[in-house]
Design a binder for this molecule. Structure first.
Ligand SMILES: Cc1cc2nc3c(=O)[nH]c(=O)nc-3n(C[C@H](O)[C@H](O)[C@H](O)COP(=O)(O)OP(=O)(O)OC[C@H]3O[C@@H](n4cnc5c(N)ncnc54)[C@H](O)[C@@H]3O)c2cc1C
Length: 383
C-alpha cells in the first residue's frame, strides 16, 4: 500500500521555522534610527503570500532581561513550568525567554500580583479609587519593575509566572514579492528602543532581530493575509503609495510585483524619513525602478535636512494638481506606516488636495474620499 504524505500546514499556532538569509541595517552612519532588512527562506514550507500580506513572528525575550528577573527573585532557572494545557513543561529560564510576555504589565496582572505581596504601596495602588494611578504605573513598566518595586514577595516562581500572558506574535508588512523572490519573504523592521522610568527599554521582536538574530538562525513565522490592502486587480490601474519610514515595506512588494508583471499602470511613491544621507531606505533600488520606468514618480521628504521640517504630506500638497489628476483618472491611493501622526496628516492633506484641485467644499471632498474608500481605492495599513 502506498502511503500518502500529508503536507504540513503552517499557521499562527503551528509556525514555520524560517531560516535567516540576510539581516542588514538599512540606515547609514550618523542615523538616529536602525531599520533592519531581513530576508527569510520559506523553502519547504509551502507558504505563499500576495503583496499587502503580513508576516507574523513569534519573538523571544531578551536573555539579559530574563537573567535580571531570575537574579532579582533568586529563582531556580531549571524549575519546570507548565506551558500548555496538555501539561508540557519548560525550564523556567526558557519559559520566560520563549513563552511568556514579560515586557508589558496589564491592570489585571498588577491586581492579581497584589494578592501575592503584603506591600502596602501595592495594596494602595490597586484600590478602586486609584485606578488612574494604576494605569499610569502600568504604562511603560514591566514585570521586573513590578517585582522590584513591591517586594517582599510571599509567592513562589510558579505563582508569579501563572499571572503572565502568552507572548503575542508581532506582525510585519511583507516587503517582497514572491514572484520576484521565489520561496523568500523580506521584511523592513524598525528597532524600537527608548528610556522609560529610569531604564532602557527594548522592543521584544524588533530588537531581537536587530541585536541577536544571525544569518543561518531560524525564526518561527506565519503568513497573515490582509484582504484590505492589495494591489488593484487590474494591472492598468495607477497606484499612489505613501510610505515613510518602515511604511515603505509593502510598497517594495507592490513595486517588485508590478515589475515582474510588467504592469502598464503608472506608480507614484512618496517616501520620507529624517535624513537623506542616512535614512533613504532602499534608495538604490527605488532610483533604479524609477530609471527603468517601473516607478513613474518618486517624491521624497527628509524632515531633518532643512530648517523647516518637510514631510510626505507637504510633498503631496506641492504636487496637488497632478495628484488630483491621477485620482480623477481612477488611481488607487495607499498609505502605510505610523498611525498616530502620519496617517492622520496624510488623510487630512488628501482631503485638502481634493477640495482645492476639485474646487469642492470640504464636505464634498470628504464625500469624494469616502467614495474612493467604498470602491477600495483608498487603502491603509497603519500601526
Ligand atoms: C499590520 C501591521 C504591520 C506592521 N508592519 C510593520 C513593519 O513593516 N515594520 C515595522 O517595523 N513594524 C511594523 N509593525 C509594528 C510591529 O508589529 C511591532 O509592533 C513593532 O516592531 C514593535 O514590536 P517589538 O516587539 O519590537 O516592541 P514591543 O516589545 O511590542 O514594544 C513596543 C511597545 O513599546 C512601547 N513604546 C515604544 N516606543 C516607546 C516610547 N518611545 N516611549 C514609551 N513607550 C514606547 C509602546 O507601548 C509599544 O507598543 C506592524 C504592525 C502591524 C499591526
Amino acid at each position: 500500500m502506498q502511503s500518502t504524505v500529508v503536507p504540513t500546514t503552517y499557521s499562527r499556532t503551528n509556525p514555520f521555522q524560517a531560516q535567516v538569509l540576510k539581516n542588514e541595517n538599512l540606515n547609514g552612519a550618523g542615523s538616529s534610527k536602525e531599520t533592519r532588512h531581513l530576508e527569510l527562506s520559506l523553502k519547504g514550507s509551502d507558504l505563499s503570500y500576495v503583496p499587502g500580506d503580513c508576516l507574523g513572528i513569534i519573538p523571544e525575550n531578551d536573555p539579559e532581561l530574563v537573567a535580571s528577573l531570575l537574579e532579582e527573585m533568586k529563582w531556580d532557572a531549571e524549575l519546570p513550568v507548565s506551558v500548555s494545557k496538555q501539561g508540557d513543561t519548560l525550564p523556567l529560564k526558557e519559559a520566560l525567554a520563549t513563552h511568556f510576555e514579560i515586557t508589558l504589565l496589564t491592570k489585571k496582572i498588577i491586581q492579581q500580583a497584589a494578592g501575592l505581596s503584603d506591600n502596602e504601596e501595592l495594596q494602595k495602588l490597586v484600590s478602586d479609587e486609584n485606578i488612574n494611578q494604576l494605569k499610569e504605573y502600568a504604562d511603560g513598566r514591566d514585570l521586573l519593575d513590578l517585582l522590584r518595586d513591591f517586594g517582599p514577595w510571599k509567592a513562589s516562581a510558579l505563582e508569579i509566572v501563572s499571572l503572565l500572558r502568552k507572548m503575542p506574535p508581532r506582525l510585519y508588512s511583507i516587503a517582497s514579492s514572491i514572484a520576484a523572490n521565489p520561496e523568500e519573504v523580506h521584511l523592513t523592521i524598525g528597532a524600537v528602543r527608548y528610556t522609560a522610568n529610569g531604564r532602557e527599554r527594548k522592543g521584544v521582536c524588533s530588537v531581537q532581530c536587530a541585536e541577536r538574530l544571525q544569518e543561518g538562525d531560524t525564526l518561527p513565522v506565519f503568513i497573515q493575509q490582509n484582504k484590505h490592502f492589495n494591489l488593484p486587480e487590474s494591472q492598468d490601474k495607477d497606484i499612489i503609495m505613501v510610505g515613510p519610514g518602515t511604511g515603505i515595506a509593502p510598497f517594495r512588494s507592490f513595486i517588485q510585483e508590478r515589475a515582474v508583471n510588467k504592469a502598464p499602470g503608472r506608480s507614484w511613491l512618496f517616501f520620507g524619513d529624517q535624513h537623506s544621507a542616512s535614512d533613504f531606505l532602499y534608495q538604490n533600488e527605488l532610483e533604479k525602478y524609477q530609471k527603468d520606468g517601473v516607478l513613474t514618480r518618486l517624491e521624497v521628504a527628509f524632515s531633518r535636512d532643512s530648517a523647516q521640517k518637510v514631510y510626505v504630506q507637504h510633498k503631496m500638497l506641492e504636487n496637488s494638481k497632478e495628484l488630483f489628476e491621477w485620482l480623477e483618472n481612477g488611481a488607487y491611493f495607499y498609505v502605510c506606516g505610523d498611525k498616530q501622526y502620519m496617517a492622520k496628516d496624510v488623510h487630512n492633506t488628501l482631503i485638502d488636495v481634493i477640495e482645492k484641485e476639485g474646487s469642492m467644499t470640504r464636505e464634498a471632498a470628504e464625500a469624494y474620499l469616502n467614495g474612493m474608500q467604498e470602491q477600495g481605492r483608498y487603502q491603509r495599513d497603519v500601526y
